[in-house]
Every structure is written in structure tokens, then in C-alpha cells.
Design a protein around this ligand. Structure first.
Ligand SMILES: C[S@@+](CC[C@H](N)C(=O)[O-])C[C@H]1O[C@@H](n2cnc3c(N)ncnc32)[C@H](O)[C@@H]1O
Length: 255
């Protein structure tokens, strides 16, 4: 797992480049993931106060409030300075998961953790205790969703060394499910969705060089170039585009 400082530096840098990664971390992927979570958790903008933990640049919150201007508050929680504190569409809370979990003045109907649970687990070793606190903060009929990519990244056109660091930087979905059950959630289900991608190779390499997945921060510039060379000589040889599916698991838990 990467250290909190490395994670902070990584996301600060990457947040300045979101638009260069239009599919994998761009706006369309946020729209797709938010629609999936809305459907799976049956979110109701009129009644549900939602917390996005590890919200990053708060894309989810901005999309939600743009789609539903009169929705109940959407709290975007993140310890990073990239959290937009003056964004009128959202309610930002600059806090770590551990700090947020002890806020007994805040209660909510749904909590989402999108691509953030691996960072949260690295900073907070007792994930079960953390989920138990969130369960307590959730109102009756509250629900929580953890969205993560699978440990096995073989669906993604990455080089061999990057597949290895990807697995080290991730958490198994079964572990998240088990931890949520042990934290007392009544029903915990895993749903998976695949988002098809077809994009120019040059854009994909730009994203790799920009280290759009946090595990890529573990690789030096030389390793990244060697990895791109490996892709050029291997799976991408003779191709103009990379075509793949970005798979996400959604672990949904009901209080
Ligand atoms: C991959 S980003 C995901 C951002 C956003 N959810 C998205 O899908 O674009 C992971 C986020 O987790 C945040 N994070 C790291 N450590 C955290 C912690 N201890 N508590 C809460 N969030 C944390 C990072 O600052 C970063 O914004």
C-alpha cells in the first residue's frame, strides 16, 4: 500500500490533469459510476442525504447537484487539499475517514466510497471498526456502497510490473464484503459492471505517463517508459487504439 503522503501528492497532481484522461477517470466514467450507484442503492435525491467519502475533486457531488438542484445535501469528505472548499454545488468537509467517523453530530442516509477504500484502509488499519462507526452514523434504512476495481487488472492494458503494483495497491472485494458483514450490516451484495473503452493509444500512454492509477506512482519515469515499450512490442503492436473494459465491483450494504 502507498503511504498517505504519496497518496496526497499523487492525487494533487492527478486532479490537475483529469481532463487528459477522458474515459478512465474523466467525466463520463463519473457519470456512469454515479448512475450505477444511484440504481443499486435506490438513492432518492428528495429524501437522501448522501456522503461521498474520499470524494477527491467532488465530481460525484457536482454531478448529483447538477442533475438534482433541489436534492438534499451531498457531503463531500476528503482530507486532501484538492477538495474544492468554495464549490457552491457541494458541501465539502475536509477530514480523513477516521476524523469523520467520530462526528456524532452528522447523520446521513447513504455513504459512497468510490475508488477510495484502498487509501482509507492504508490510513486506518481497523476497517471493521470504521465501517461499524459509519453504520451507527447511518439513519434507519441507510446504505453504503464501496466501488472498487478488481485486484486482477488483466482486463486493463497495463504492463506486467504495473499489474503487480496494481494488485498490491488494491483490496480484494471479498474482504470488503466480509468486513461490512462483520461490521453489522444486515445485507451485503456485490454487483459488477464493465464500462467499454476504445481510445487512441497515444491518449492511453499519456494517462499512464500521468500516473492516473495511484499504483503507477510506484514506478520511476524509466520504468514507465520501459512499460510502454513492452506494450508497444506486445499487446498494442500494430494497433492505433486500445480497446478494453474497465470493470468495477460495487459492494452494497444495507443497515
Ligand atoms: C482515487 S481517489 C478517488 C476520488 C473520487 N472518489 C473519484 O472517484 O474520483 C481516492 C481519494 O481518497 C482520498 N483519501 C486518501 N486517504 C483518505 C482518508 N484517510 N480518508 C478519506 N479519504 C482519503 C484521497 O485524497 C483521494 O481523493
Amino acid at each position: 500500500m502507498l503511504s498517505s503522503q504519496t497518496v496526497n501528492d499523487h492525487y494533487k497532481q492527478i486532479s490537475e490533469q483529469y481532463d487528459t484522461f477522458p474515459l478512465v477517470s474523466g467525466i463520463q466514467s463519473h457519470i456512469n459510476r454515479l448512475e450505477t450507484i444511484e440504481e443499486l442503492l435506490q438513492l432518492d435525491p428528495n429524501t437522501d442525504l448522501v456522503v461521498d467519502l474520499g470524494a477527491g475533486t467532488s465530481e460525484m457531488g457536482k454531478l448529483w447537484k447538477t442533475k438534482y438542484p433541489h436534492a438534499r445535501p451531498f457531503l463531500c469528505v476528503d482530507p486532501s487539499p484538492m477538495l474544492p472548499l468554495n464549490e457552491p454545488l457541494i458541501e465539502p468537509i475536509q477530514a480523513s475517514s477516521a476524523d469523520f467517523a467520530v462526528r456524532n453530530d452528522i447523520h446521513f442516509d447513504a455513504m459512497i466510497l468510490v475508488q477510495s477504500v484502498h487509501n482509507i484502509a492504508a490510513a486506518c488499519p481497523d476497517l471493521q471498526e470504521l465501517f461499524t462507526k459509519f453504520r451507527t452514523q447511518l439513519r434507519a434504512r441507510g446504505r453504503l456502497c464501496v466501488a472498487i476495481r478488481p485486484l486482477d487488472s488483466s482486463n486493463l492494458p497495463l504492463f506486467r510490473a504495473a499489474h503487480e503494483t496494481f494488485a498490491k495497491d488494491s483490496l480484494p472485494v471479498e474482504l470488503i464484503q466480509k468486513t461490512l458483514i462483520e461490521a453489522g450490516f444486515r445485507r451485503v451484495e456485490i454487483k459488477s459492471r464493465a464500462m467499454p473503452h476504445d481510445l487512441p493509444k497515444s491518449l492511453w500512454y499519456k494517462a499512464i505517463r500521468g500516473r492516473f492509477f495511484s499504483n503507477l506512482s510506484a514506478h520511476s519515469d524509466e520504468e514507465i517508459e520501459a512499460g510502454i515499450h513492452e506494450l508497444e512490442q506486445g499487446i498494442n503492436k500494430g494497433r492505433d487504439n486500445v480497446v478494453f473494459e474497465d470493470i468495477f465491483h460495487y459492494v452494497c450494504a444495507w443497515k
